[in-house]
Design a protein around this ligand. Structure first.
Ligand code: A3P
Length: 322
């Protein structure tokens, strides 16, 4: 684990060599290994790549920010731990937001992270260990790529992801910061300049890997999960080699998990309505509308045209579409 004392000289040097952009949030973005890494996360990403040792039975939830990470963390945690915690009573999700139960790898390894204990007690974690990440597939540590650990990835329609991010980052940005208009933000987004962007490269990295190694990466879409959550909860359990038994199915375990992790349930839990996590972000901001298609309330015809053309060009020929 990295030292907790200030940035290393090596990292300072690295920062001085990387292309930089003001981004559209409160922090600078650095172009690191082909993706725009928020300055606050760079040390964590760098340190994670050097120090994380994956185990064969680890599970990693991966997502581009604002694609449904909070939901997929809750579902995966409930599926994996259903023998330890019954989804119908006294479940940890009733008293902790899923971000507290499923740590981000880039945060665990961040020397100044305030959200988790430092050094993070990796050795004390119950197996199978469950982590999350926003890091693109090519930049995951070799130990993840080389081990038999599994990755569940969720992506979301770029129109809704953009709006969700736009609203979220406007809520958390310091008042003193200059406001970018939604058009200016879309301009940057279409150039790929946003935290962990370009968005399409992020999706395509996991998409290609899921096709090459379907036992390693399960690729989900937020929209499909919403439309048939029952089917995908079973799919995730099968993928993680812990399929639901007939007895569990008939006892309503799947329905209990779905209900526990549903948007309305999570949004209205006292633990998610108040308090903050990581750098004072209000927990309630992680639960906004949870709808498909809310982007129509934000996009002008010119913006629709711009993003449609960008997505069509970037995803062309990949087999991935929205
Ligand atoms: P909206 O802003 O469109 O409402 P992330 O978890 O990656 O930060 O993504 C946040 C988005 O997921 C937000 O979308 C949020 O409302 C939605 N979300 C959070 N919990 C959810 C749940 N249990 N079911 C469905 N959507 C959820």
């Amino acid at each position: 684990m990295a030292s907790t004392e200030g940035p290393y000289e090596e990292e300072k040097l690295l920062l001085s060599t990387l292309p930089k952009d003001t981004g559209w949030q409160s922090q600078h973005l650095y172009l690191f290994q082909g993706f725009w890494c928020p300055s606050f996360h760079l040390q964590g990403v760098n340190s994670f790549q050097k120090h994380f040792q994956a185990k064969d039975n680890d599970v990693i939830v991966a997502a581009f920010p604002k694609s449904g990470t909070t939901w997929l963390k809750a579902l995966t945690f409930s599926i994996l731990n259903r023998q330890r915690f019954s989804p119908s009573h006294n479940h940890p999700l009733l008293t902790s937001i899923s971000h507290e139960l499923v740590p981000f790898l880039e945060f665990i390894f961040h020397p100044h992270n305030l959200q988790y204990k430092r050094p993070y007690p990796l050795k004390d974690m119950t197996e199978p260990r469950l982590f999350a990440t926003h890091i693109p597939f090519p930049s995951l540590s070799n130990s993840i790529k080389d081990s038999n650990c599994k990755i569940v990835y969720i992506c979301r329609n770029p129109f809704d992801t953009f709006v969700s991010a736009w609203v979220f980052f406007n809520k958390i940005k310091p008042h003193s910061l200059h406001d970018l208009t939604i058009e200016e933000s879309l301009e940057k987004y279409c150039k790929g300049i946003c935290g962990y962007g370009p968005h399409w490269d992020h999706m395509l990295g996991y998409w290609k890997q899921s096709r090459a190694t379907p036992n390693k990466v399960l690729f989900l879409k937020y929209e499909e999960l919403k439309e048939d959550v029952n089917f995908y909860v079973k799919r995730v359990a099968e993928f993680l080699d812990c399929p639901f038994t007939e007895e569990e199915e008939s006892n309503g375990v799947i329905e209990s998990i779905i209900k526990l992790c549903s948007f309305d349930k999570m949004k209205n839990l006292e633990v998610n309505k108040s308090g903050t996590i990581d750098r004072n972000i209000e927990k309630k901001y992680f639960f906004r509308k949870g709808e498909i298609g809310d982007w129509v309330n934000y996009f002008s015809p010119a913006m629709i045209d711009k993003l449609s053309k960008t997505i069509e060009e970037k995803l062309r020929g990949s087999g991935l579409s929205f």
